[in-house]
Design a binder for this molecule. Sequence first.
Ligand code: 5GP
Length: 209
Amino acid sequence: MTSDTDITRGKNDKTAEPERGRLFIISAPSGAGKTSLCGALMKHFDGMLYSISYTTREPRKGEKDGVDYHFISKDYFEKQIDAGTWAEWAEVHGNYYGTSAVLLDKAIASGNDILLDIDVEGTKQIIGRYPDSITIFIMPPSLDILRFRMESRGADSKEVIERRMINAEKEMSQKSIYKHVIVNDNLPKAVAELISTVEMYRKGMRGKA
Ligand code: 5GP
């Protein structure tokens, strides 16, 4: 008997390569709505894995180790840089963030698509290592609106907001390295656009909705 999985992976065809998972990379400045968009994407697509990053920053209220991030020490992170553990890594807002190369390679080899929520520097490294990655940049409608969203969230000090604004401008100026740019001026519209963008690459695979 042949299952669907056998057919898509060409198991009975000795000449066919097994289907490989795709990397979907989403980047956005803080306050552009990336967390909501990534959440909606994960909810919509069956079989999409989420790459849980490693970070040296402190967990925020409500964040769980091994769920939101793997929270590790600076010393351990730096040892792993030397050991070549990271597929990409970057220093963002004064903390290290990195993606495990073993995890990505396993997901790709097993045929599972995987979503990475990483910054622009990390994206450049992933493009160098996995040139077929599907890269998506989320734009806020304007810098003023971004500032307004960060201020009304009330989570960050004035100084942190200024630093994030400078970083946002820098990241937005590099959006042309991404294959797709989605402007989040309306969340349901941006979610629909993101889902249809991802769907183009997952043709033949079923979404949940
Ligand atoms: P936050 O601390 O607010 O969760 O994330 C700060 C920034 O770090 C975000 O832009 C996020 O996309 C980025 N980031 C999270 N994980 C990684 C990672 O593994 N690698 C890189 N390069 N950036 C990451």
